[in-house]
Write a protein that binds this ligand. Structure first.
Ligand SMILES: Cc1cc2nc3c(=O)[nH]c(=O)nc-3n(C[C@H](O)[C@H](O)[C@H](O)COP(=O)(O)OP(=O)(O)OC[C@H]3O[C@@H](n4cnc5c(N)ncnc54)[C@H](O)[C@@H]3O)c2cc1C
Length: 464
């Protein structure tokens, strides 16, 4: 269907593979966490995997693909959970994991090539006394460009907000999908053009991130008799700037029983608040949780938990992955709690969802104020069941994004503006970048997966 042989001849010595096993492996990401995407994305493969090792090779490969009008789907670590790095229309899978390295670092900032693993940037920053402000829980396999193009925030967001919050991404260098690709440097608010674009509007080649002073962090798990006590405490901690935390992750019972590493650590029936607390704040943290009826059941240096895995691998998207090891039919939607009174909003949603499944709440800053995200972990029955949960949450004023679909608009986590459309038009004039994921005309987007009632980018209500 595409002129692959001619393309391969054009790219000469750039590494490539048409081996079917390599193609299959690189054509999927972590979409299997969704029972609906598992069905929808099966059998979607690239025709060839191209693995450039330098920026110059990326540019040559993209130029050759555009000349032959072959679609290009960029891929980093392949940890995306909406299936957004699966090539819907075949073509080239552009494996960016060979384009690695720190370009420079200095106090407060670091710049790296697109395929650099987020963890490697953090390690490099720590060598000079700094650290990444935030990272996804997939930090050891996720690339920085994949985080920018497919992620939202994560550990650190409780203090610093999410990627799209002003000042959290300093610059993104991208190339256009033209026969003679242009290199563009997006800085300041322009960086938002590249955020959550699923590689459908540009190819990212370098990312510059602001850093924060490195802290020594204490991993802490607190048990509470009730879920709402944990929520009240988490919100109070999140609003107390003097106590330095970078994670406030709350789980209702029986989630602690479904996450196997927590068995024996969390008392029967208790809700948990998991947190990274800077050591100088530990006494104030402990005092505050006691005031809210919490008991510290685990406190240790980073990486030394009796549970045997990093604490962050039980928060955000990782919590569901852990739960699915115990109960594979559990799934979730993505709810957002933006309110002047988060506790009241969560309490109303909690009451109304009564017994549907244990609630999760990740507290983080978002648009300069504290907000929550999460939803119940339900035992999957049908798309209609998930839509029902979404409507219940919305009826109380929570917002919903859809993790069971894989196009930019249908997931609903990017506020698509006229600037985004103009950027897409100018960077991808032939519609070759990850086709189906984000088109100039919304009607051309792929909308397979679940059609949940989402609120296109709920942050509008919460500001930012
Ligand atoms: C268990 C689990 C936990 C997770 N936790 C979090 C979390 O805490 N926070 C969070 O934000 N996300 C989370 N995610 C989602 C995902 O892991 C992260 O967003 C991660 O940063 C993606 O990086 P990656 O290199 O794996 O990207 P990939 O999966 O390879 O790609 C992600 C998207 O970016 C595009 N892309 C990749 N490289 C480029 C490039 N160079 N130029 C343009 N587009 C590109 C791809 O086409 C794709 O659309 C989680 C996922 C799972 C499965």
């Amino acid at each position: 269907m595409y002129a692959i042989a001619e393309f391969l001849s054009d790219i000469g010595d750039i590494e490539s593979s048409i081996d079917p096993i390599t193609i299959r492996r690189k054509s999927r990401d972590r979409y299997a966490v969704s029972p609906l995407l598992r069905q929808q994305l099966q059998g979607k493969y690239a025709d060839v995997v191209v693995s450039p090792k330098t920026k110059a090779e990326v540019i040559r490969a993209v130029a050759a693909a555009v000349k032959r009008r072959v679609p290009i789907t960029a891929r980093g670590g392949g940890t995306a959970n909406y299936g957004q790095s699966v090539p819907l229309h075949g073509g080239i899978l552009l494996d960016m994991t060979g384009v690695v390295g720190i370009v420079w670092k200095k106090p407060g900032a670091i710049r790296a090539l697109a395929g650099t693993i987020v963890n490697d940037m953090d390690v490099a920053a720590k060598e000079i006394g700094w650290e990444m402000r935030m990272f996804p829980t997939t930090r050891t396999t996720a690339t920085i460009a994949g985080f920018i193009a497919g992620g939202t925030g994560g550990i650190g967001s409780a203090r610093w907000g999410v990627l799209r919050d002003r000042g959290n991404v300093s610059a993104v260098e991208v190339i256009t999908a033209e026969e003679d690709p242009r290199i563009l440097e997006l800085r300041g608010t322009k960086t938002s053009l590249a955020l959550h674009g699923y590689g459908a509007n540009c190819i990212i080649t370098e990312v510059e991130m602001p850093l924060t002073h490195a802290w020594e962090w204490r991993e802490t798990i607190v048990a509470f008799p009730t879920y709402m006590q944990a929520v009240r405490c988490g919100v109070a901690l999140g609003n107390t700037a003097g106590i330095v935390t970078k994670l406030l992750s709350i789980h209702e019972w029986p989630t602690p029983k479904l996450i196997q590493p927590l068995i024996g650590i969390v008392p029967e029936g208790c809700a948990t608040l998991a947190s990274y607390v800077a050591f100088p704040s530990a006494d104030d943290f402990d005092e505050m949780v006691a005031e809210f009826g919490g008991t510290v059941v685990s406190a240790c240096r980073e990486g030394e938990g009796a549970y045997g895995i990093p604490l962050y691998e039980m928060a955000f998207g990782h919590a569901l992955a852990q739960i699915q090891k115990t109960e594979p039919d559990r799934t979730a939607i993505e709810g957002f709690f933006h309110s002047d009174d988060i506790v009241d909003l969560v309490e109303r949603v909690h009451r109304k969802l009564d017994g549907i499944g244990p609630l999760r709440l990740e507290l983080r800053r978002w648009g300069n104020r504290l907000a929550g995200s999460g939803s119940p972990y339900v035992r999957f029955e049908s798309e209609a069941q998930l839509a029902r949960v979404a409507r219940i949450m919305q009826s109380e004023g929570a917002g919903v994004a859809n993790p069971h679909t894989s196009s930019v608009r249908s997931v609903g986590k990017k506020d698509v503006t006229e600037q985004d459309i103009a950027f897409k038009r100018s960077c991808d004039p032939y519609g070759l970048l990850n086709p189906g994921r984000f088109e100039v005309e919304s009607g051309a987007d792929d909308v397979s997966g679940a059609a949940l009632p989402t609120d296109a980018w709920v942050a509008r209500r919460g500001g930012g």
